[in-house]
Design a protein around this ligand. Sequence first.
Ligand code: SAM
Length: 245
Amino acid sequence: MKDLYEKLANDYDEFGPIDQYLGDEQTFFKNLFAENKVKDVLDCACGTGQHILMLSRLGYHLSGSDYSESMLEAARKNLTARNLTFPLYQCDFRYLERVFDRQFDAVICLTNSLPHLHKDEDLITALKSMRNRLKDNGLLVLTSGTTHYTLTLPSIEVVVNRPDFSRIFVKKHSKKYQTINIVDLFHTDQRNDSHQYQIVYRILLDEDYRKLLSLSGFSEIRIFGDYQMNPYNRESRRLIVVARK
Ligand SMILES: C[S@@+](CC[C@H](N)C(=O)[O-])C[C@H]1O[C@@H](n2cnc3c(N)ncnc32)[C@H](O)[C@@H]1O
């Protein structure tokens, strides 16, 4: 499998400061994990480590993994810069048992990570692998920015627009897949380079998650449309899935 983030990892955090992943999202996890007595969490698509950082501030015991060595390298730098160390491993989330022999109270796979897999067979393999890394009654949390509503938005989205840097998404989709072309433009005396990346996501909406999670053995599947835990609907800006082993 190709590492789509090999180069993007260097600049991934230009989305915004990773310390700012607080507020609504942090409160959502704080409440959900408190209700379910979660202490021990695996982030199996940890990227540059922002959710590990966010959850570390709530005192959880954390482990991380990601397919991309470059994203893990960025995560290690981010955590070290904040005097934090957590175990981080290179691992395809279809095969978590190859790296982790223990089980967790919660497994998280956030921000459109699962939809990098395109086939039902691979998605079910990944969800079963995540389920196997959960203790009895453990929780899986998946988040996505792709919703019925976001699929109706214009195809060009200016995601970051700062004096020093701009990030633009150029999107197109068919019934099953969404292609996001990312255009990064630096415009300072130090950096005036530009880069383009392409990511193709499988479009997974509420009914797809319900079906795939049931086939993978999960129960109590809940789908929210925001971090206040309002139910998902066709106007939702987010799709947040919580399911129980
Ligand atoms: C859009 S980024 C999200 C990263 C992070 N979770 C966040 O919230 O910013 C998607 C991440 O999923 C990882 N990824 C994609 N396919 C994977 C796989 N099969 N196994 C593990 N990680 C994978 C990528 O390397 C990348 O770090």
